[in-house]
Design a protein around this ligand. Structure first.
Ligand SMILES: *[C@@H]1O[C@H](CO)[C@@H](O)[C@H](O)[C@H]1NC(C)=O
Ligand SMILES: *[C@@H]1O[C@H](CO)[C@@H](O)[C@H](O)[C@H]1NC(C)=O
Ligand SMILES: *[C@@H]1O[C@H](CO)[C@@H](O)[C@H](O)[C@H]1NC(C)=O
Ligand SMILES: *[C@@H]1O[C@H](CO)[C@@H](O)[C@H](O)[C@H]1NC(C)=O
Length: 270
């Protein structure tokens, strides 16, 4: 049994060392800013292995920002790791300009909210108030509207683009009141954090993310147990106990057999 305890302690020491390697410091751009951790990282403040490619953030004047090549910088308002939601704000306060230009293909992100196809119209005259005018894209001589893509184009208008945009933007909501929400997917980490695990890169060299149970502040759960070092320790203990009890059983069996043989011999002698 002593050998068992030694073996378990030794293997748990090894596992803990391995776990520490993948822990990275959590960074914030300002006191009240969102926690930045895997899969995100702040370029220049966290080592490369702390983030996943495509999730690079940067801090500018105490503000957390993300840069999209097809649009430019957007402000990161919050990051919800459990539901995988990134809430953004447009620094130019024109969310429809974001929708018109932002191309998420080639990024790990998708819109968080339900999408519906809408057409942006550029009109030379003002339409009836039942149409939603995009004031930040309109001027004194042109008026930009979003309309359901199935509607016929009014004569004074030129269609700009038909694109899927988050459904709730379509009507009555002013810019930014709804929030620009994105979600992400990482192969190997789907629903990991919602189940209490931690999505990490398993090694500095590996690129595939994995779900681990190393969490510094969360309680104990089955998912934790199964996906973490603790799970292997328990498996190790069970294996060890099984081997030891089997050895003891074999010993007892042979002792009994020897006893029986001795008795048989004694009987023969009598
Ligand atoms: C950023 O925050 C620090 C500490 O709160 C403050 O001293 C500094 O002036 C801020 N910088 C800007 C650009 O807001
Ligand atoms: C987005 O970019 C991809 C290529 O990166 C392109 O095929 C696609 O047409 C673009 N989508 C829009 C709506 O411009
Ligand atoms: C938008 O329209 C395109 C082309 O008609 C279609 O492929 C796409 O599935 C539509 N998207 C949505 C969210 O309805
Ligand atoms: C709408 O049309 C006007 C005049 O043709 C042009 O100046 C403006 O840039 C257009 N707006 C957009 C968003 O394309």
């Amino acid at each position: 049994m002593d050998a068992c305890i030694f073996y378990v302690l030794f293997s748990s020491m090894f596992l803990t060392t391995k776990a520490f390697e993948s822990i990275c410091p959590i960074v914030k751009c300002s006191h009240g800013g969102p926690d930045i951790r895997f899969p995100f990282r702040v370029v220049g403040q966290q080592p490369q292995h702390c983030g996943h490619p495509g999730f690079e953030l940067f801090c500018k004047e105490n503000t957390t920002m993300i840069h999209f090549p097809t649009y430019g910088p957007l402000v990161v308002k919050s990051i919800s790791y459990d539901i995988r939601k990134l809430s953004l704000l447009d620094p130019k306060n024109c969310v429809h300009e974001v929708f018109l230009n932002l191309n998420l293909s080639g990024t790990p992100f998708q819109y968080y909210y339900l999408l519906k196809n809408f057409t942006y119209l550029n009109c030379s005259t003002r339409l009836s108030p039942s149409f939603d005018e995009v004031s930040c894209l309109s001027g004194s001589r042109h008026h930009v509207y979003t309309v359901e893509s199935s509607l016929p184009t009014p004569v004074s208008c030129r269609p700009l683009k038909t694109i899927p945009i988050p459904f709730s933007y379509s009507s009555y909501l002013a810019d930014n009141s709804f929030g620009l929400g994105l979600t992400w997917s990482l192969p190997g980490c789907e629903d990991c954090e919602a189940k209490g695990g931690s999505c990490v890169l398993p090694s500095k060299a590996g690129l595939k993310a994995g779900c681990l149970g190393i969490e510094h502040d969360k309680g104990f759960s089955i998912v934790h147990l199964l996906s973490s070092g603790t799970g292997s320790i328990i498996l190790n203990i069970l294996l060890c106990v099984f081997v030891v009890t089997t050895l003891i059983r074999i010993k007892i069996y042979f002792r009994q057999r020897m006893k029986v043989d001795e008795e048989a011999e004694n009987e023969n002698l009598l």
